[in-house]
Design a binder for this molecule. Structure first.
Ligand code: ZN
Ligand code: ZN
Length: 329
C-alpha cells in the first residue's frame, strides 16, 4: 500500500516522500498536478474604451469634449468650473497604453486567482446555469468578476495585480505575495478600465489553469561512506554536510541527502578532485521510495493541489475500472 510523508513545506513549495511506490504512479501524480486539477483563472477581459476630460478642480471625469468651452460646453458637470485650457482646467485621459489589450489580457490570465472548488463550479457543471446555452452561461456560482480602473502619472505608474478589485468578499482577492505582478505601465493621459471574468479550467487546456511549477520526482537515495580517508577530502571543505551527519557510515535523512548531492559537485568531474576523492561516498537508490517536489503559483497551497490530484486520479482510475468491468461483464 502506497504511503506518503511530507518532508518539508515552505510557503508554496513542498517535498513529499512516497513509499511502496513506483515510477508509473509518481508520473501519473506529476501529470495530474500539471494538467488535471480544477483551477480558477481569468479567461475573458472586457476593456472599456473611451476618452475623458478630468476636471482639475474636483477630479470629476466628464465625457470627452462636451464640457469644453471651445465645443460650446458649460464646464465640469459636477463643480461647474469652465474648461478653457487643456492641462490647466482639465486633463484628457484616454483608455490606451503602450501594451495591446490582448497582451494585457494574457498577463491577467497568468495572475494567481484564489481557487476554492467548494465555492465555485465549472460553468458546464454549474447548478445555476449549466442548462443555458454556452454563450449565456456564467453566474456568481461559477464566475469570479474583477474590475480594474487605473490612471497613469507623469513619471509613469506601474499597474499591478494590486489594482484588481474582486466583486465579492476578501477571499477572492489576489494573495498579498502576488500583488506586485505587473500588468502594464501608464503615463499621464493614459488610463485602463476593464472587467475580467475568471472561470474554472484544467491545465491541459491552457497553462493559466495549471497551478503548479517545477514538478519533479527522483528515487530516494541513501549515502554510504566507502572510503573514510578519501571522504575526508569532502568533509574538510566545510560545506553543508559533515562526517557527524553519518550514523555508522550511513546517511538517510532526506534533506541532508539533497545537501550532500550539492556538496558532491565540489569533488566531482571538472573540479580536479574527482580522482583523489574516487567516489568515496556512494549514493544508492532505495527500492520503491521516491521524492516528489513542486511549487504552486499561489492560487492554492501545495497540499491542496496534492489532495486535488489524488482525488482526480482515483476518479480516473475508478472510471477505467468501471469501463473494464463493463466490457468483461
Ligand atoms: Zn469639477
Ligand atoms: Zn453558473
Amino acid at each position: 500500500m502506497v504511503s506518503i510523508e511530507i518532508v518539508s513545506e515552505e510557503g508554496d513549495m513542498v517535498t513529499v516522500l512516497f513509499k511502496d511506490s513506483d515510477r508509473a504512479l509518481l508520473n501519473a501524480v506529476r501529470r495530474n498536478l500539471m494538467g488535471h486539477i480544477p483551477k480558477m483563472a481569468i479567461d475573458s477581459v472586457r476593456f472599456q474604451m473611451g476618452t475623458y476630460d478630468q476636471c482639475s478642480k474636483c477630479e470629476h471625469l466628464n465625457p470627452a469634449g462636451v464640457a469644453r468651452r471651445s465645443a460650446g460646453g458649460t464646464g465640469c458637470s459636477k463643480c461647474g468650473v469652465a474648461f478653457e485650457k487643456e492641462g490647466d482646467d482639465y486633463i484628457v485621459w484616454e483608455t490606451n497604453s503602450a501594451i495591446p489589450d490582448e497582451m494585457i489580457a494574457q498577463r491577467m490570465a497568468m495572475i494567481p486567482i484564489p481557487t476554492n472548488p467548494e465555492a465555485y463550479s465549472f460553468e458546464e457543471d454549474c447548478p445555476d446555469c449549466k442548462d443555458l446555452v454556452e454563450e449565456d452561461r456564467g453566474c456568481p456560482t461559477c464566475n469570479m468578476i474583477y474590475t480594474l480602473r487605473a490612471f497613469g502619472s507623469k513619471e509613469g505608474r506601474d499597474i499591478t495585480a494590486r489594482d484588481l478589485t474582486f466583486l465579492g468578499d476578501d477571499s477572492g482577492n489576489v494573495p498579498e505575495a502576488y500583488r506586485d505582478i505587473p500588468i502594464t505601465r501608464l503615463f499621464e493621459g493614459q488610463m485602463l478600465e476593464l472587467w475580467a471574468t475568471a472561470r474554472m479550467g484544467y491545465g491541459v487546456h491552457h497553462a493559466k489553469w495549471s497551478p503548479v511549477a517545477g514538478v519533479s520526482f527522483f528515487p530516494r537515495q541513501i549515502a554510504t561512506i566507502a572510503n573514510e580517508k578519501k571522504a575526508k577530502l569532502l568533509f574538510d571543505l566545510g560545506l553543508r554536510v559533515s562526517k557527524k551527519d553519518f550514523k555508522s557510515g550511513q546517511l538517510k535523512d532526506i534533506s541532508k541527502i539533497m545537501d550532500l548531492k550539492k556538496d558532491l559537485h565540489n569533488v566531482g568531474a571538472g573540479t580536479g578532485m574527482s580522482e583523489s576523492f574516487d567516489d568515496a561516498i556512494k549514493l544508492e537508490d532505495v527500492d520503491g521510495e521516491f521524492i516528489l517536489s513542486f511549487e504552486t503559483d499561489g492560487s492554492m497551497t501545495p497540499i491542496e493541489a496534492l489532495n486535488a490530484s489524488f482525488t482526480k486520479l482515483s476518479q480516473r482510475f475508478n472510471a477505467i475500472k468501471d469501463d473494464i468491468e463493463h466490457v468483461l461483464a
